[in-house]
Design a binder for this molecule. Structure first.
Ligand code: PGA
Length: 248
């Protein structure tokens, strides 16, 4: 059976002063083995967090990586560098990267392949805009994104994040989340085969909070959450971890 994952995406938030939140998370959930816990801090905090989480169950991830292992790419970070700093995962293709840095599906796929090559598991993000949802195109859009963004082989994690639900407090209807996750799993079965489709966690992301986590994480085919704002506080993220654990 595939593992359940609670992943936190700190985005461009966090300095040394915020390491207290990780220390609190380690104290409360650092030895929890029932679900996988991943924190993706800004790269500047990775090494320090690796020290704080060493020997425990909490894993770390990057928020993006370059497709090349090294080279003349000022300001970029490679997958082997993230690995070296203590990461086991890396988010690729987040809608904020796609929007801010014009990352295409092909670029996301190249990053995911680079991540795998460095021993990281890519968390590959997909999601429709509000206009696409309103036009009834959500399933077609996310399936097409998935086709173009995934490497040929696993392992990878998929995160369905409707763009209009990120940081807005809006969430899709539960039936809509269920529908998309089922469609992604079915499409993945067609493109990558049943074994990989069954083994691949599909996370939901977009305004997951302690108040809605139980309902969302209890849905069929939802294998966890990618959490932005609510992952910054150990207390809130801990409540989401516990909601996920209660679905086991
Ligand atoms: P949010 O962000 O939980 O703050 O909506 C989710 C994400 O962007 O991964």
């Amino acid at each position: 059976m595939r593992r359940k994952i609670a992943a936190g995406n700190w985005k461009m938030h966090g300095t040394k002063a915020d390491l207290a939140e990780i220390a609190a998370l380690v104290a409360a959930h650092g030895t929890m083995r029932a679900v996988d816990i991943v924190i993706c801090p800004p790269a500047t905090l990775l090494s320090r967090m690796a020290d704080l989480t060493a020997g425990g169950a909490i894993r770390l991830g990057g928020q993006s990586c370059h497709a090349a292992p090294s080279g003349a790419h000022t300001g970029d970070i490679s997958a082997p560098m993230l690995r070296d700093a203590g990461a086991d995962y890396v988010i690729v293709g987040h809608s904020e990267r796609r929007a801010d840095h014009a990352e295409t599906d092909a670029a996301v796929r190249a990053q995911a392949i680079a991540a795998q090559g460095a021993g990281l598991t890519p968390i590959i993000c997909l999601g429709e805009s509000h206009a696409q949802r309103a036009a009834g195109e959500a399933i077609a859009v996310v399936c097409a994104q998935m086709d173009q963004s995934l490497p040929q082989a696993g392992p990878f994690v998929i995160a369905y994040e409707p763009i209009w639900a990120i940081g807005t407090g809006l969430v899709p209807r539960l039936a809509d989340i269920t529908e998309i996750h089922a469609a992604l799993r079915a499409r993945l079965t067609q493109t990558h085969g049943r074994d990989l489709a069954q083994a691949t966690p599909i996370l939901y992301g977009g305004s997951v909070k302690p108040e809605n986590a139980r309902d969302i994480l209890g849905l069929p085919d939802v294998d966890g959450a990618l959490v932005g704002g609510a992952s910054l506080k150990a207390r809130d993220f801990g409540a989401i971890i516990e909601a996920l654990q209660s679905t086991l």
